[in-house]
Design a protein around this ligand. Structure first.
Ligand code: KG4
Length: 340
Protein backbone atom coordinates (compact mmCIF):
# COMPACT_ATOMS: atom_id res chain seq x y z
CA UNK A 1 0.00 0.00 0.00
CA UNK A 2 1.50 3.29 -1.13
CA UNK A 3 -0.59 5.82 0.77
CA UNK A 4 -2.28 8.97 -0.51
CA UNK A 5 -0.03 11.01 -2.77
CA UNK A 6 -1.08 14.54 -3.67
CA UNK A 7 0.45 16.71 -6.38
CA UNK A 8 -0.06 20.38 -5.44
CA UNK A 9 0.03 23.22 -7.99
CA UNK A 10 0.32 26.92 -7.06
CA UNK A 11 0.27 29.74 -9.64
CA UNK A 12 -1.74 32.53 -8.04
CA UNK A 13 0.78 35.34 -8.36
CA UNK A 14 4.39 35.36 -9.55
CA UNK A 15 5.72 32.02 -8.28
CA UNK A 16 5.17 28.78 -10.17
CA UNK A 17 5.26 25.93 -7.70
CA UNK A 18 4.62 22.18 -7.55
CA UNK A 19 4.89 19.90 -4.53
CA UNK A 20 4.33 16.28 -3.59
CA UNK A 21 2.86 15.30 -0.25
CA UNK A 22 2.34 11.66 0.75
CA UNK A 23 0.14 10.95 3.79
CA UNK A 24 0.78 14.48 5.05
CA UNK A 25 4.57 14.22 4.72
CA UNK A 26 6.38 16.52 2.31
CA UNK A 27 8.41 14.75 -0.40
CA UNK A 28 9.25 17.77 -2.55
CA UNK A 29 8.42 21.45 -2.96
CA UNK A 30 9.73 23.25 -6.04
CA UNK A 31 9.27 27.01 -6.43
CA UNK A 32 10.29 28.96 -9.55
CA UNK A 33 10.27 32.71 -8.96
CA UNK A 34 9.95 35.25 -11.77
CA UNK A 35 12.69 37.80 -12.17
CA UNK A 36 10.90 39.68 -14.99
CA UNK A 37 8.93 41.83 -12.52
CA UNK A 38 11.87 43.35 -10.68
CA UNK A 39 12.45 46.22 -13.07
CA UNK A 40 8.76 47.25 -12.82
CA UNK A 41 8.66 47.50 -9.02
CA UNK A 42 5.69 45.14 -8.81
CA UNK A 43 4.11 42.12 -10.45
CA UNK A 44 2.97 42.63 -14.06
CA UNK A 45 0.02 40.23 -14.53
CA UNK A 46 0.50 39.53 -18.24
CA UNK A 47 4.20 38.76 -17.76
CA UNK A 48 3.37 36.55 -14.79
CA UNK A 49 0.99 34.32 -16.75
CA UNK A 50 3.48 34.01 -19.61
CA UNK A 51 6.21 32.92 -17.21
CA UNK A 52 3.86 30.40 -15.52
CA UNK A 53 3.18 28.97 -18.95
CA UNK A 54 6.89 28.37 -19.49
CA UNK A 55 7.62 27.15 -15.96
CA UNK A 56 4.75 24.84 -15.16
CA UNK A 57 5.90 21.63 -16.92
CA UNK A 58 9.56 21.76 -15.81
CA UNK A 59 8.51 22.62 -12.25
CA UNK A 60 6.10 19.66 -12.04
CA UNK A 61 8.69 17.33 -13.59
CA UNK A 62 11.26 18.43 -11.03
CA UNK A 63 8.82 18.02 -8.12
CA UNK A 64 8.11 14.42 -9.21
CA UNK A 65 11.81 13.73 -9.70
CA UNK A 66 12.83 15.15 -6.31
CA UNK A 67 10.07 13.16 -4.63
CA UNK A 68 11.40 10.06 -6.37
CA UNK A 69 8.00 9.07 -7.74
CA UNK A 70 6.40 8.59 -11.15
CA UNK A 71 3.27 10.31 -12.47
CA UNK A 72 1.37 7.05 -12.05
CA UNK A 73 1.77 7.17 -8.28
CA UNK A 74 -0.16 10.43 -7.84
CA UNK A 75 -3.57 9.87 -6.20
CA UNK A 76 -5.04 13.35 -6.85
CA UNK A 77 -4.03 16.77 -8.11
CA UNK A 78 -4.76 19.87 -6.02
CA UNK A 79 -4.54 23.39 -7.46
CA UNK A 80 -5.01 26.98 -6.30
CA UNK A 81 -8.41 28.18 -7.47
CA UNK A 82 -8.00 31.70 -6.02
CA UNK A 83 -7.64 34.40 -4.89
CA UNK A 84 -4.94 35.67 -7.21
CA UNK A 85 -4.28 37.02 -10.69
CA UNK A 86 -6.74 35.44 -13.13
CA UNK A 87 -4.26 34.85 -15.95
CA UNK A 88 -1.85 33.22 -13.53
CA UNK A 89 -4.54 31.08 -11.91
CA UNK A 90 -5.71 29.89 -15.35
CA UNK A 91 -2.33 28.33 -16.07
CA UNK A 92 -2.30 26.23 -12.89
CA UNK A 93 -6.00 25.39 -13.18
CA UNK A 94 -5.75 24.24 -16.80
CA UNK A 95 -2.64 22.22 -16.06
CA UNK A 96 -4.30 20.51 -13.09
CA UNK A 97 -7.41 19.66 -15.15
CA UNK A 98 -5.30 18.21 -17.94
CA UNK A 99 -3.25 16.14 -15.51
CA UNK A 100 -6.32 14.82 -13.72
CA UNK A 101 -8.02 13.87 -17.02
CA UNK A 102 -4.95 12.18 -18.45
CA UNK A 103 -4.18 10.23 -15.28
CA UNK A 104 -7.82 9.49 -14.45
CA UNK A 105 -7.42 10.84 -10.91
CA UNK A 106 -9.53 13.31 -8.89
CA UNK A 107 -9.13 17.08 -9.06
CA UNK A 108 -9.16 19.16 -5.85
CA UNK A 109 -9.61 22.93 -5.70
CA UNK A 110 -7.80 24.83 -2.96
CA UNK A 111 -8.36 28.30 -1.57
CA UNK A 112 -4.94 29.97 -1.41
CA UNK A 113 -5.64 31.57 1.97
CA UNK A 114 -6.66 28.27 3.54
CA UNK A 115 -3.46 26.87 2.09
CA UNK A 116 -1.44 29.46 4.02
CA UNK A 117 -3.16 28.33 7.23
CA UNK A 118 -2.80 24.59 6.61
CA UNK A 119 0.92 25.07 5.85
CA UNK A 120 1.16 24.72 9.64
CA UNK A 121 0.35 21.01 9.22
CA UNK A 122 3.05 20.05 6.73
CA UNK A 123 5.05 17.18 8.23
CA UNK A 124 8.72 16.74 7.45
CA UNK A 125 10.47 13.41 7.69
CA UNK A 126 12.82 13.28 10.69
CA UNK A 127 11.64 16.64 12.06
CA UNK A 128 9.55 17.05 15.18
CA UNK A 129 5.94 17.84 14.27
CA UNK A 130 4.49 20.62 16.40
CA UNK A 131 1.18 21.74 14.88
CA UNK A 132 -1.28 24.05 16.64
CA UNK A 133 -4.20 22.37 18.41
CA UNK A 134 -7.80 23.14 17.46
CA UNK A 135 -9.32 25.61 17.90
CA UNK A 136 -6.54 28.10 17.28
CA UNK A 137 -6.19 31.69 16.12
CA UNK A 138 -4.11 32.25 13.01
CA UNK A 139 -2.71 35.66 12.14
CA UNK A 140 -2.50 35.50 8.35
CA UNK A 141 -0.31 38.30 7.04
CA UNK A 142 0.74 38.43 3.40
CA UNK A 143 1.10 40.81 0.50
CA UNK A 144 -2.62 40.62 -0.19
CA UNK A 145 -4.17 39.82 3.18
CA UNK A 146 -4.19 40.59 6.88
CA UNK A 147 -6.67 38.49 8.78
CA UNK A 148 -7.28 36.89 12.12
CA UNK A 149 -8.79 33.47 11.51
CA UNK A 150 -10.41 31.22 14.06
CA UNK A 151 -9.51 27.73 12.88
CA UNK A 152 -11.98 25.15 14.18
CA UNK A 153 -10.69 22.24 12.13
CA UNK A 154 -8.68 21.51 8.96
CA UNK A 155 -11.63 22.43 6.78
CA UNK A 156 -13.61 24.73 9.03
CA UNK A 157 -12.27 28.28 9.37
CA UNK A 158 -13.84 31.58 10.32
CA UNK A 159 -12.48 35.08 9.65
CA UNK A 160 -12.98 37.14 12.82
CA UNK A 161 -10.97 40.19 11.77
CA UNK A 162 -9.52 41.51 8.52
CA UNK A 163 -8.11 44.56 6.85
CA UNK A 164 -10.60 47.04 5.50
CA UNK A 165 -8.06 48.43 3.02
CA UNK A 166 -4.36 47.52 2.53
CA UNK A 167 -2.64 44.38 3.79
CA UNK A 168 0.35 44.46 6.16
CA UNK A 169 2.66 43.28 3.37
CA UNK A 170 1.41 46.11 1.16
CA UNK A 171 2.20 48.60 3.93
CA UNK A 172 5.75 47.22 4.05
CA UNK A 173 6.12 47.20 0.27
CA UNK A 174 4.58 50.60 -0.47
CA UNK A 175 6.50 52.41 2.29
CA UNK A 176 9.68 50.67 1.11
CA UNK A 177 9.00 51.87 -2.41
CA UNK A 178 8.79 55.53 -1.35
CA UNK A 179 12.15 55.06 0.38
CA UNK A 180 13.55 53.82 -2.94
CA UNK A 181 14.00 50.20 -1.84
CA UNK A 182 13.60 47.37 -4.38
CA UNK A 183 10.40 45.32 -4.72
CA UNK A 184 9.23 43.53 -2.65
CA UNK A 185 10.39 45.88 0.07
CA UNK A 186 9.32 43.89 3.15
CA UNK A 187 12.54 41.89 3.51
CA UNK A 188 14.64 45.04 2.95
CA UNK A 189 12.78 46.94 5.67
CA UNK A 190 13.33 43.96 7.96
CA UNK A 191 17.08 43.94 7.24
CA UNK A 192 17.55 47.71 7.64
CA UNK A 193 15.38 47.85 10.77
CA UNK A 194 17.86 45.61 12.60
CA UNK A 195 20.32 48.53 12.84
CA UNK A 196 17.70 51.17 13.60
CA UNK A 197 15.89 52.75 16.54
CA UNK A 198 12.20 51.67 16.55
CA UNK A 199 11.24 54.59 18.82
CA UNK A 200 12.89 57.37 16.84
CA UNK A 201 9.82 58.28 14.78
CA UNK A 202 6.11 57.97 15.55
CA UNK A 203 3.64 57.04 12.86
CA UNK A 204 -0.11 56.98 13.04
CA UNK A 205 -2.04 53.93 14.13
CA UNK A 206 -5.60 53.34 12.99
CA UNK A 207 -8.55 53.57 15.33
CA UNK A 208 -10.82 50.88 13.97
CA UNK A 209 -13.41 49.12 16.06
CA UNK A 210 -13.52 45.38 16.62
CA UNK A 211 -10.86 43.06 15.30
CA UNK A 212 -10.41 44.65 11.86
CA UNK A 213 -7.22 46.17 10.53
CA UNK A 214 -6.39 49.19 8.41
CA UNK A 215 -3.01 50.10 6.95
CA UNK A 216 -3.77 52.76 4.36
CA UNK A 217 -3.60 55.62 6.91
CA UNK A 218 -0.13 54.58 7.99
CA UNK A 219 1.02 54.48 4.40
CA UNK A 220 -0.24 58.03 3.76
CA UNK A 221 1.20 59.27 7.05
CA UNK A 222 4.59 57.78 6.19
CA UNK A 223 4.55 59.33 2.71
CA UNK A 224 3.69 62.84 3.99
CA UNK A 225 6.23 62.55 6.78
CA UNK A 226 8.98 61.83 4.26
CA UNK A 227 7.80 64.54 1.90
CA UNK A 228 7.84 67.20 4.66
CA UNK A 229 11.26 66.19 5.88
CA UNK A 230 12.79 65.99 2.42
CA UNK A 231 11.76 69.63 1.90
CA UNK A 232 14.10 70.56 4.76
CA UNK A 233 16.80 68.03 4.03
CA UNK A 234 17.33 66.42 0.66
CA UNK A 235 19.21 63.51 2.20
CA UNK A 236 16.65 62.81 4.91
CA UNK A 237 15.85 59.26 3.77
CA UNK A 238 19.48 58.28 3.19
CA UNK A 239 20.59 59.63 6.57
CA UNK A 240 17.74 58.00 8.52
CA UNK A 241 17.06 54.83 6.59
CA UNK A 242 17.62 52.43 9.50
CA UNK A 243 15.54 54.43 11.98
CA UNK A 244 12.77 54.93 9.43
CA UNK A 245 12.60 51.19 8.74
CA UNK A 246 12.77 50.27 12.42
CA UNK A 247 10.04 52.76 13.39
CA UNK A 248 7.81 51.74 10.49
CA UNK A 249 8.21 48.05 11.27
CA UNK A 250 7.57 48.69 14.96
CA UNK A 251 4.30 50.47 14.09
CA UNK A 252 3.11 47.69 11.78
CA UNK A 253 3.89 45.05 14.41
CA UNK A 254 2.07 47.00 17.11
CA UNK A 255 -1.02 47.32 14.93
CA UNK A 256 -0.94 43.56 14.17
CA UNK A 257 -0.38 42.50 17.76
CA UNK A 258 -2.95 44.79 19.37
CA UNK A 259 -5.83 43.14 17.54
CA UNK A 260 -4.39 39.68 17.95
CA UNK A 261 -4.12 40.15 21.73
CA UNK A 262 -7.67 41.37 21.75
CA UNK A 263 -8.85 38.37 19.72
CA UNK A 264 -7.09 35.99 22.12
CA UNK A 265 -8.72 37.69 25.07
CA UNK A 266 -12.21 37.76 23.55
CA UNK A 267 -12.15 34.12 22.43
CA UNK A 268 -10.15 32.79 25.38
CA UNK A 269 -7.92 30.91 22.91
CA UNK A 270 -4.23 30.57 23.76
CA UNK A 271 -3.23 28.55 20.70
CA UNK A 272 -1.74 31.09 18.33
CA UNK A 273 -0.24 30.60 14.88
CA UNK A 274 1.31 32.81 12.26
CA UNK A 275 1.02 32.37 8.48
CA UNK A 276 1.68 34.19 5.19
CA UNK A 277 4.71 35.90 3.66
CA UNK A 278 5.02 38.65 6.29
CA UNK A 279 5.52 36.00 8.99
CA UNK A 280 9.12 35.90 7.74
CA UNK A 281 9.59 39.28 9.44
CA UNK A 282 12.11 38.88 12.24
CA UNK A 283 10.65 41.72 14.32
CA UNK A 284 7.17 40.23 14.15
CA UNK A 285 8.48 36.79 15.09
CA UNK A 286 10.33 38.01 18.15
CA UNK A 287 7.49 40.32 19.26
CA UNK A 288 5.10 37.36 19.04
CA UNK A 289 7.47 35.12 20.97
CA UNK A 290 7.68 37.74 23.76
CA UNK A 291 3.92 38.08 23.85
CA UNK A 292 3.51 34.28 23.92
CA UNK A 293 5.83 33.98 26.90
CA UNK A 294 4.06 36.75 28.75
CA UNK A 295 0.58 35.39 28.10
CA UNK A 296 1.17 31.66 28.16
CA UNK A 297 0.29 31.19 24.48
CA UNK A 298 1.35 28.08 22.58
CA UNK A 299 2.83 29.75 19.52
CA UNK A 300 3.44 28.03 16.19
CA UNK A 301 5.37 29.70 13.39
CA UNK A 302 5.80 27.72 10.18
CA UNK A 303 9.11 27.09 8.52
CA UNK A 304 10.13 29.97 6.27
CA UNK A 305 9.78 28.08 2.97
CA UNK A 306 6.14 27.27 3.74
CA UNK A 307 5.17 30.85 4.60
CA UNK A 308 5.87 32.29 1.16
CA UNK A 309 3.67 31.26 -1.79
CA UNK A 310 4.37 27.56 -2.37
CA UNK A 311 2.61 24.41 -3.58
CA UNK A 312 3.32 22.38 -0.44
CA UNK A 313 0.56 24.30 1.33
CA UNK A 314 -1.78 23.57 -1.59
CA UNK A 315 -0.87 19.86 -1.49
CA UNK A 316 -1.44 19.57 2.28
CA UNK A 317 -4.84 21.26 1.93
CA UNK A 318 -5.59 18.88 -0.95
CA UNK A 319 -4.66 15.98 1.31
CA UNK A 320 -7.21 16.94 3.97
CA UNK A 321 -9.88 17.55 1.33
CA UNK A 322 -9.09 14.15 -0.19
CA UNK A 323 -9.62 12.50 3.20
CA UNK A 324 -12.98 14.28 3.35
CA UNK A 325 -13.92 13.32 -0.25
CA UNK A 326 -14.08 16.94 -1.41
CA UNK A 327 -13.38 16.83 -5.13
CA UNK A 328 -13.89 19.35 -7.94
CA UNK A 329 -15.60 18.85 -11.31
CA UNK A 330 -13.81 19.33 -14.65
CA UNK A 331 -15.87 22.44 -15.44
CA UNK A 332 -14.51 24.35 -12.45
CA UNK A 333 -13.15 27.87 -13.12
CA UNK A 334 -10.65 29.92 -11.10
CA UNK A 335 -11.69 33.04 -9.18
CA UNK A 336 -9.47 36.11 -8.88
CA UNK A 337 -11.36 37.32 -5.82
CA UNK A 338 -12.64 34.88 -3.25
CA UNK A 339 -13.09 34.88 0.47
CA UNK A 340 -11.56 32.36 2.82
O1 KG4 B 1 2.43 35.36 1.19
P1 KG4 B 1 3.27 36.07 0.21
O2 KG4 B 1 4.47 35.37 -0.35
O3 KG4 B 1 2.44 36.55 -1.02
C1 KG4 B 1 1.09 36.74 -1.00
O4 KG4 B 1 0.36 35.76 -1.22
O5 KG4 B 1 0.68 37.89 -0.77
O6 KG4 B 1 3.72 37.42 0.91
C2 KG4 B 1 4.54 38.34 0.28
C3 KG4 B 1 4.63 39.56 1.18
C4 KG4 B 1 5.28 40.75 0.50
O7 KG4 B 1 4.49 41.89 0.79
C5 KG4 B 1 6.63 40.84 1.18
O8 KG4 B 1 7.16 42.15 1.22
C6 KG4 B 1 6.33 40.33 2.55
O9 KG4 B 1 5.44 39.26 2.33
N1 KG4 B 1 7.53 39.89 3.26
C7 KG4 B 1 8.03 40.52 4.35
C8 KG4 B 1 9.20 39.82 4.72
N2 KG4 B 1 9.36 38.78 3.84
C9 KG4 B 1 8.33 38.85 2.97
N3 KG4 B 1 7.59 41.59 5.02
C10 KG4 B 1 8.30 41.98 6.07
N4 KG4 B 1 9.44 41.38 6.48
C11 KG4 B 1 9.92 40.30 5.85
N5 KG4 B 1 11.03 39.70 6.27
Amino acid sequence: KRGITILGIESSCDDTSAAIIRDGVILSNVVAGQKVHEEYGGVVPELASRAHQQNIIPVVDLALKRAGISKEEVSAVAFTRGPGLLGSLLVGTSFAKGFSLAAGIPLIEVNHLRGHVLALFIKEKDTKFNPPRFPFLCLLVSGGNSQIIKVHDYLHMEVIGQTIDDAAGEAFDKCAKVMGLPYPGGPHVDRLAKEGNPHRFEFSKPRISGLDYSFSGLKTNFLYFLRDNIKENNNFIEENKNDLCASLQHTIIEILLNKLKRAAKETGIKEIALAGGVSANSGLRSALKNEAEKRGWHLVIPKFEYTMDNAAMIAITGYYKYLNNEFAAQNIVPFARTQL
